[in-house]
Design a protein around this ligand. Sequence first.
Ligand code: HEC
Length: 203
Amino acid sequence: MRIYFSIFVLGMALAGSGCELRKAMYDQPKLRPLQKSEFFSDERASRTLIEGTVARNQLHEDDHLYNGLVNGEHATTFPFPITREVLLRGQERFNIYCSPCHDRAGMGNGMIVQRGFKHPVSFHDPRLQSSPPGYFYNAIKNGFGQMPSYADQIHVNDRWAIIAYIRALQLSQNATLDDVPESERSSLDTAQIKPGQAAVAAH
Ligand code: HEC
């Protein structure tokens, strides 16, 4: 019994000193963000970043992934493998961010265009059919003419997913029955495929 009591007393003593320690840390001399400082000659407590500082994981060295460029030219390939998941993600993001103007099938007849915004060229125009993925990446990242940049809204990987889906849309508009696997053909007559979903449904 006595030994338990001793442990209890010891525990209390330690807990007490811990509390003292915390208080000492709380009271230590420190400066709050943007507070005035007597120590630094510019009187700013918050130091400016050293030139060239890069936040962890934000070096963005990969020109292909982050800028859509390979050797300074629009990338002709995707920087990561395009799976069904990527395509479905691209479909969802395209329908949210691009279809208001480019419409769900990519013809350029979205609701904002119907209400007077400039009509973009259809993604099924031969010029855009043969434009490389990096060309589309550039438009999303930097904007294009009257179209604003979507860099703030759409994360890098999602931009590529959207481009993959645009490629699928382009294929869907030029597909023949021969492009559909034989096992899937019978389902084409009955399937209720909504515009803009045709591509993924058929793949
Ligand atoms: C607010 C309407 C709007 C939205 C939303 C929009 N665009 Fe555009 N986009 C346009 C217009 C308008 C043009 C043509 C601009 C011009 O010629 O001045 C254009 C042009 C483009 C072009 C270049 C076409 C060419 O002729 O070379 C691409 C590629 C493109 N958009 C992709 C996208 C993608 C991908 C998204 C979704 C992430 C998107 N756009 C969202 C309106 C929009």
